[in-house]
Design a protein around this ligand. Structure first.
Ligand code: ADP
Ligand code: MG
Length: 605
């Protein structure tokens, strides 16, 4: 058999094998074309998961008849000025999509430019091009793709269910739409859930609005802005508070020069940036846009263009980690608005169950009583239940009331407000101008101790406070040995201890920020922590655990009474210390109940 030139039909099919993997790839190519054509309204309709029909209508530039003729030819593109592959600014550039689609489906494109009286259409039926015909339509372009893969049964076999294809299509449009808030998108699949994304303002609020439309409303409330610029790179977007997380990374989006990409570098950078702020196995939400000189990035790695290669990947990664961390630090004391909402939900439920609403439900109690009246026991229980909440009000477990104290308006303006009371020796109730804050004092203190010690370690050492009378602690020989082996490490963490005769050690200094500490319990806890891990790994590697053991015995731990001044000091410290919105285990350290929500709870709004 001799060598022969492949027919253009065969070449197109081979290319289609690369570019057109599934219906979602068709949608991606066509919507990208509409974006490149400057459209600001793009409508997508699919039937049968895109196999029966994909129709894309845009109001972009449109094509004059002779362009329409060559657009469906291989390697015909209007987007590669002077064949310079290193300066790609548009989404398309290969000139492969339309001929590829035409080779594996029935393709019909009708188009009309803004200044033309009439439109034209061209058809390519499974690789065969038909003649140009006049067509009636508004300006812009309408592309219809029918019977996709009907002549390539091998490809059909690899497709998933109609629903899976629809969801891949939805995902494709969402990603493109995130990068283009200035364009309105709509998607109608056969299924009920269709997508409507109206045009947003092009400013940063517009981006956030669009992101919320896709990643969920709660992301809007919990998004921290990222904004960073160096000489050659710009990074912007939003990253979620650490208290907002998902079981997978599907809500992490990266865009390079407006192009949605998937990149392992990013996943790694996000993980590094959130490090110890997020519970294990959970993932934050993020949408990050990178604008970079087109010649510093290679988008030509993969025909589907979902991968990119940076000329300097290490730098991009470093910049990403630091800009995310900056955003987190700036929003440090904030906690997910969701935790507040969850609390409101819980409150609502408990209120509904107890039916405190006396007004228009006079029948509730009699009917209850009638049914169960026979049992005296029940009556007494019932009485008690009904009384209980009121008893609690008469005998509140409020440990401290800061009401009479000096509340400067200054404090009310602070993010965590002015401390009002401590309840159950565990919760600090504070008031801001428009909300009620409830702080879990123990969780908050744990986080503070950890962050403070971490930053002091970085700056050279933990501030210590010497004990007036050294604390003498009896321990076993093994325990003493374990501690003394680590004494220089412990000194770095602010704990100075020495041997004291046989069978005991003396603690001379403790970290100043612990306040009044139960030194004996703390040391015993640290011994336990050290011996729990037999590997002898540096204590710094287990800083979180060590710090939470220390914090456990500091003066602010749960079950300690705090004065008004102490409470306010804690709130101010939380505001000043980065990452205090959640404790070392990813639980929130405080929740904020907005007055408007509380009012809604009481039916006032
Ligand atoms: P590429 O996008 O890589 O240039 P395509 O095969 O996707 O290649 O498209 C070929 C050409 O057809 C484009 O360069 C563009 O000039 C034109 N084109 C395609 N779709 C549209 C559209 N929706 N509106 C205007 N022009 C379009
Ligand atoms: Mg294209």
């Amino acid at each position: 058999m001799g060598i022969r030139q492949l027919s253009s039909e065969t070449i197109n099919r081979i290319a289609a094998g690369e570019v057109i993997e599934r219906p979602a790839s068709v949608v991606k190519e066509l919507v990208e074309n509409s974006i490149d054509a400057g459209a600001n309204e793009i409508e997508v309709v699919t039937v049968g998961g895109g196999l029966s029909l994909i129709r894309i209508t845009d109001n972009g530039s449109g094509m004059p008849p002779h362009d329409l003729l060559i657009a469906v030819e291989r390697h015909a593109t209007s987007k590669l000025p002077e064949d310079n592959l290193f300066e790609i600014k548009t989404l398309g550039f290969r000139g492969e999509a339309l001929p590829s689609i035409g080779s594996v489906a029935s393709l019909r494109i009708s188009s009309r430019t803004h200044d033309a009286e009439d439109g034209f259409e061209i058809k390519v039926i499974q690789g065969r091009k038909e003649d140009l015909k006049p067509a009636a339509l508004n300006y812009g372009t309408k592309v219809e793709v029918r019977d996709l893969f009907s002549t390539t049964p091998a490809r059909l076999k690899f497709l998933k269910s109609e629903r899976a294809e629809n969801s891949a299509i939805t995902d494709t449009i969402k990603r493109l739409a995130m990068a283009h808030p200035e364009i309105g998108f709509s998607l109608t699949t056969g299924e009920r859930s269709s997508l409507r994304l109206p045009i947003c303002e092009q400013k940063s609020e517009g981006i956030l609005q669009r992101l919320g439309g896709i990643m969920g409303k709660e992301f809007i409330a919990d998004a921290l802005p990222i904004d960073c610029k160096t000489e050659n790179i710009k990074m912007f977007g939003y990253t979620g508070l650490p208290t907002l997380h998902r079981p997978d990374t599907s809500q992490q989006f990266l865009f390079v020069n407006g192009r949605p990409v998937k990149d392992r570098v990013v996943l790694g950078a996000v993980r590094a940036a959130y490090d110890d702020l997020i519970p294990k196995g959970r993932h934050p939400l993020l949408a990050l846009f990178i604008v970079i000189n087109p010649s510093d990035v290679d988008v030509n790695v993969h025909p589907c263009k979902a991968e990119v290669r940076f000329r300097d990947g290490g730098r991009i990664r470093a910049l990403m980690v630091s800009s995310i961390q900056q955003a987190l630090e700036a929003g440090g004391h904030r906690t997910s608005s969701r935790t507040g909402l969850l609390a409101m939900k819980a409150l609502e439920n408990s209120l509904q169950n107890k039916s405190y609403t006396f007004n228009n439900s006079p029948n509730t109690y009699p009917s209850l009583l009638n049914k169960e009246f026979k049992s005296r026991e029940f009556i007494s229980n019932f009485d008690y239940e009904m009384q209980a909440p009121f008893l609690e009000v008469q005998r509140p477990s409020a440990d401290t009331s800061a009401n009479d104290g000096i509340t400067s308006p200054n404090q009310l303006n602070r993010p965590l407000g002015a401390a009002r009371a401590q309840l159950h020796e565990t919760y600090i109730i504070a008031q801001t101008k428009d909300s009620v804050i409830i702080v879990d004092q123990h969780a908050a203190h744990e986080r503070l101790v950890y962050e403070r010690i971490k930053s002091m370690l970085n700056k050279g050492g933990v501030l210590r406070q010497s004990l007036l009378i050294p604390e003498i602690i009896k321990l076993t020989d093994d325990e003493i040995l374990a501690l003394l082996e680590r004494s220089s490490e412990l000194a770095e963490l602010g704990l100075i201890l020495e041997p004291f005769g046989s069978g005991a050690i003396a603690v001379r200094e403790v970290p100043a920020l612990l306040g009044n500490t139960d030194v004996i319990s703390m040391i015993k806890d640290i011994v336990a922590e050290i011996s729990m891990d037999g590997s002898g790994s540096p204590l710094k590697d287990r800083l979180e655990e060590i710090c939470s053991r220390m914090a456990c015995h500091g003066s602010v731990r749960a079950g300690r009474r705090l004065s008004a001044d102490e409470m306010n000091a804690l709130l101010r410290e939380m505001e000043e210390t980065p990452y205090t919105g959640q404790c070392n285990h990813g639980r929130p350290t405080y929740i904020e109940l907005k007055l408007t929500d509380i009012e809604r709870l009481f039916g006032r709004k």
